[in-house]
Design a protein around this ligand. Structure first.
Ligand code: ZN
Ligand code: ZN
Length: 276
């Protein structure tokens, strides 16, 4: 994996956006997926393994897997991931899985449906099921705090405030419509990663639409807003929706974009895979 290194030869923290699409697989976008520093994942979409392969990250390098909620586009890759991690990549370390109560049961059932009889040992012995609402991510420079968001209630939806030891803060809002829990944190973070799952003509309290993302940026002009979990065609792709107009300063992510955190958290830059 190519690493970005600063002048002191320190490997710089980075957040890779391996997918920026919503559940409907818009043209040119894989399901939303975040990889931090090569060993922390947020969610496990159905195509998690191919998404990791694309950036040359082996499943056994992943130490931490944080779940936001129980929708298929965020969890159906889990059985594939733990099977491959054990059988092919021969992972020696346990996987730390961060989830809400009942999550262990949901993921275990899913794994038994997907690969009956093959994952009993892995589920029992090789996974640390962690239900704490906040904590340090061991062997990393990050800590997390989970917070409730507004999305399909049956999915127990949450987001994560991710804090780097430098002080840099990323607010991963999961899948959510506008909500108080996002508002109360938005003014203290550097970057807000927000889903824009629906276009303006869809009425849904459970997702942000472009007008709501624009309004968010007006309320929190100091935060950089990155848009993901999108319904629109990626750059260079046609056949679905067109990308909507967004306020200046809001950045529509594309698959493969990376956020690089420099100068000990004081600065960050977005490396885009495509330029318009
Ligand atoms: Zn989703
Ligand atoms: Zn969802």
């Amino acid at each position: 994996m190519a690493q970005v290194i600063d002048a002191t030869w320190r490997v710089m923290p980075r957040v890779q956006f391996l997918g920026t699409g919503n559940a409907f697989s818009p043209y040119g976008r894989m399901h939303a997926l975040v990889l931090i520093d090569g060993n922390i994942l947020v969610d496990a979409p159905p195509t998690l393994l191919p998404q990791l392969r694309k950036v040359g990250v082996s499943s056994d390098k992943i130490d931490h897997l944080l779940f936001t909620h129980w929708h298929a586009d965020h969890m159906f890759g889990f059985p594939f991931f733990i099977l491959e991690r054990t059988v092919v990549s021969n992972a020696e370390k346990s996987l730390n899985v961060y989830l809400r109560p009942k999550g262990k049961e949901i993921l275990s059932n899913l794994s038994h449906v997907g690969f009956p009889g093959s994952l009993n040992e892995v589920l029992n012995d090789d996974i640390n099921w962690l239900e704490e609402e906040s904590g340090e991510l061991q062997n990393s420079e990050w800590s997390y705090e989970r917070f409730r968001v507004v999305h399909t209630p049956e999915t127990d939806p949450h987001g994560y405030m991710l804090t780097h030891e430098s002080g840099f803060k990323l607010l991963h809002c999961g899948d959510s419509g506008p909500c108080l829990e996002i508002e109360t944190r938005a003014s203290e973070v550097d970057v807000i990663l927000i889903e824009m799952g629906v276009p303006d003509f869809v009425e849904s309290p459970n997702h942000h639409n472009p007008s709501q993302v624009n309004a968010l940026s007006e309320r929190y002009p100091d935060a950089t807003i990155l848009v993901t979990h999108n319904f629109a065609d990626a750059i260079g792709h046609k056949g679905g929706f067109q990308s909507p107009e967004l306020n200046e300063g809001i950045i529509q992510l594309e698959d493969g974009d990376e956020l690089i955190i420099a100068n000990n958290g004081a600065e960050f830059m977005l490396k885009k895979t495509h330029e318009k």
